[in-house]
Design a binder for this molecule. Sequence first.
Ligand SMILES: [Zn+2]
Length: 548
Amino acid sequence: MRRFPLSLLLLAACGRPPAADLVAYGKVWTGDTTRPFAAAVATRGDTVLAVGDSATIAAYVGEKTRVLANGSGLITPGFMDDHVHFLDGGFQLSSVDLRSSDSPAEFIRRLQAFAAERRPGEWILGGDWDHERWPGSPLPRHEWIDSVTPNNPVFVSRLDGHMALANRLAMQAAGITKATKDIEGGTIVRDPKTGEPTGVFKDEAMGPVYGVMPEPSEAQVDAALARAMQFAATKGVTAVGSVSAQWSQVAGLLRARKNGTLSLRFSLYPALAGWHRVADSLVANGPGDDWIRLAGVKGFVDGSLGSTTALFFEPYADDPRTSGLLTTPEDSLRSQIGRADSAGLQVAVHAIGEKANALVLDIYDSVAKAHGARDRRFRIEHAQHLRPQEVERMATQGVIASMQPYHLSDDGRWAGKRLGSRVGDSYVFRSLLDHKAHLAFGSDWTVASIDPLLGIWAAVTRRTLDGKNPGGWIPEQKISLDEALHAYTTSNAYGVFAEATRGMLKPGYRADLVLLDQDLFSIPPEAIETAHIRTTVTGGKVVYQSTE
Ligand SMILES: [Zn+2]
């Protein structure tokens, strides 16, 4: 628990409140259940001094205090997003945007235009295409793009990151031919007639192509991190859990801190398979602080619903040949989780399908029983499709459901055809909260936008992007605005062991807060997505101010 600096306590004892660096007036949702609402907040340095009515807080205004008046908007604790792919996000911000291409022709046109601007030999990555937007949902093929990308290897991902399309140059670079053998935990999509790879690689099969890409330079990493930090601030995000974090990202953040450009708090989860490196680093350097913290490790057990690689007990309704993929062999998953836990690391595992979630819960249970009681806070990333018995186990085992509500607005358009009668087990926020499980929200950026307001909108309305579910998709799983805000603040703080200092606006807590231009509590839930961030304060500093 953080204590006030002695000087502040002495000043307070003399009857004169210390001058705040910053005071914000306006309706405040504090995240503190003992005092959910207030009318103003004062901060000094990186600490919340006081939260209360405006008269009380006015006493903290000194000559140099920066005063922000938020009118009829809402002030909240800074949003925490516990699941982002942060460095990828930074690279994506300067990459080709294929997300909104609604047809193969548009997909090809955008790649052609982007490639025309690149230096020969430069790899074209990112993209975030979505074949579910295209009539008939065909997977793309390398022949579509070879002639328009003659000088650049291309490896553009589907928006879920679980498959990617390579052009001919990229496949040549990776040595992929018709003779290339299948890869465990992945799929090389092949032409059914000729057996030739079509250019689409799923899950582990993407490895050989990623393996031949040049590593980004330090300057490229630094530029991507700076772009991504600025972007997160525009969306009111003050802390992230960066999952599958590359060591180049860790190094880049340490450089940013040294240069004084770090403007976001990071909890880092490098790959589970490299747990020993994380453990070694913790022994050598300690866990870090609440700006850069080596938090734990993140693994994978299955793929995604969109790529039909999420692991279920029964086959897919629209593709009975498969019930998904186990992307990490069970034995190695079990031993890696066990060793990481023995080293005191927090373990987070990606699990989407029902069988994947059940398997991870089994492993967590056996590891916890074997190693004895400890405040370990195992996490399941996505926890997207849970049978009732797994919902119950999430709660009884104390496993954090780290979920991304905006994915439901996306998947809800087509999940029914993939899942059939199981579809009601999708994104069961209400059931998890009713069972008193820990529900923490994030975006999975770059899979979805990092914008927490979109996530909150999705969680409370459960509307889908096609507009076909105005009353909500699986509406019985809706949660309240208050619950969604908690999932983006206090629950996320708990998810990274920071609940004693972050996630609430309360004296002694960190000075992370956001000013929204609308009071989310007094507008219809459907309108939440139209609210904007006015000001983002991280560590007591204004890191974003809207110009409108
Ligand atoms: Zn992810």
